[in-house]
Design a protein around this ligand. Structure first.
Ligand code: SOE
Length: 376
């Protein structure tokens, strides 16, 4: 390996995103030749005992119980934010002010104002910034963008995107932080709707310029903890549906829901263009379906060495999983830092998604935008 520079990483949070980011930090150097070698220096969490156990399990050398210590440590050059959305802005702004490079989980923030403050902090920092919209790094999604960039679909007329989960269909599922607006910012809209907004903008190269929306909360009260008789209010959307227009003229439909009973992690997108179409479903993430020249859809198994990221892993046909998209994300982040480039998606890209989220919430809140069918 060429002489690599070691770069210290400090991660804050060790739940689902912390675990999968840790997998990426551990594996990236084993599969990609990088100019920087990440050192998993410190993991921060509120409980000293639980954080120590997580650090030992996930491969972090040290622990802190105050994120401010991570941001000020001299052995940390990169801060990885894997906390609930209500702390993204405070941590990212402090880390950028300390000159650290920052990767932050999505959505960037809980409001446009917070996201704008993060973009301002990034503009005046020597640190680089990225927001972790990992689905851009699915090889099939990156290949879809390549097809659009090469003009193989022609003029894009339709974008049809869904993100379907069902983990809270049971009304007895407790009132976790993702169901509380003050912690999560919004429900399915900001959590999984943000992904399909970014993925649609990434593949098409177009921005969503206007929306009309509906949101719904099906279960309005939930147990405060598993089995508890005490309940609390759900203050976010369970489902968000919206139509939109893209800057290049395409019309689009989006659906984000956690009540698609039987659908576990079905991020789906289909583009219809003047010359062809493509379709992707994360639950079959190694496949891209393409129709060209008026033919029916044909399956591409996106595991060939000339496909995005694929050459680093296994022989054709062996396939990749959810965790590989985070390794790709960290690889691209490290390369951008080493080359002095701006990583993508940047905080500015994250702010663009935040503006769409806010427009959807404004539209859904405006009952005048919903035309009632007259009783005939
Ligand atoms: C929601 O359940 C969730 O964990 C999202 O928060 C992640 O961003 C997505 O990758 C998987 O589903």
């Amino acid at each position: 390996m060429s002489d690599q520079t070691t770069v210290g990483v400090g991660m804050i949070g060790y739940a689902f995103m912390g675990r999968v980011h840790s997998q990426a930090w551990r594996s990236v150097g084993a599969f990609f030749d990088l100019p920087l070698a990440p050192r998993m220096a410190v993991l921060a969490g509120r409980s000293k005992e639980h954080t120590a156990a997580a650090a030992a399990r996930l491969g972090w050398a040290d622990t802190e119980t105050d994120w401010r210590e991570v941001v000020s440590r001299d052995d940390v050059q990169i801060v990885d934010i894997c906390t609930p959305g209500d702390s993204h802005a405070e941590i990212a702004i402090a880390a950028l002010a300390a000159g650290k490079h920052v990767i932050c989980e999505k959505p960037l923030a809980n409001s446009v104002a917070e996201a704008e403050a993060m973009v301002r902090a990034a503009a005046s920092s020597s640190g680089k910034n990225m927001v972790a919209f990992n689905y851009r790094r699915v090889p099939a999604v990156a290949l879809a963008r390549r097809y659009v960039e090469e003009g193989r679909l022609g003029e894009i007329r339709h974008v049809r995107a869904q993100y379907l989960q069902d983990w809270i269909v049971d009304a007895e599922f407790p009132l976790v932080w993702r169901l509380q607006k003050d912690k999560a910012g919004s429900g399915s809209l900001g959590d999984i709707g943000a992904h399909i907004i970014d993925t649609a903008q990434f593949i098409t190269g177009q921005n969503i310029v206007g929306v009309s929306a509906l949101t719904e909360t099906f279960v309005k009260e939930r147990p405060l903890s598993p089995g508890s008789s005490e309940t609390g209010p759900v203050t976010v959307d369970d489902a968000a549906l919206f139509i939109g227009r893209l800057s290049g003229g395409a019309v689009a439909s989006f659906e984000a829901t956690r009540f698609a009973t039987g659908r576990k992690n079905a991020l789906r997108i289909e583009l219809n263009g003047s010359l062809g179409s493509l379709a992707f479903d994360f639950e079959a993430m190694n496949e891209l379906w393409v129709s060209e020249g008026g033919s029916g859809f044909k399956r591409i198994l996106v595991t060939e060495p000339d496909h995005p990221y694929a050459a680093a892993w296994w022989p054709p046909g062996h396939g990749l999983g959810y965790e590989h998209t985070f390794t790709h994300e960290i690889k691209d982040f490290l390369e951008a830092i080493a080359q002095g480039d701006d990583p993508a998606p940047s905080f500015a890209d994250g702010l663009r998604v935040q503006r769409v989220l806010a427009a959807v919430e404004r539209s859904a809140a405006d009952s005048s935008r919903f035309t009632v069918v007259e009783d005939v």
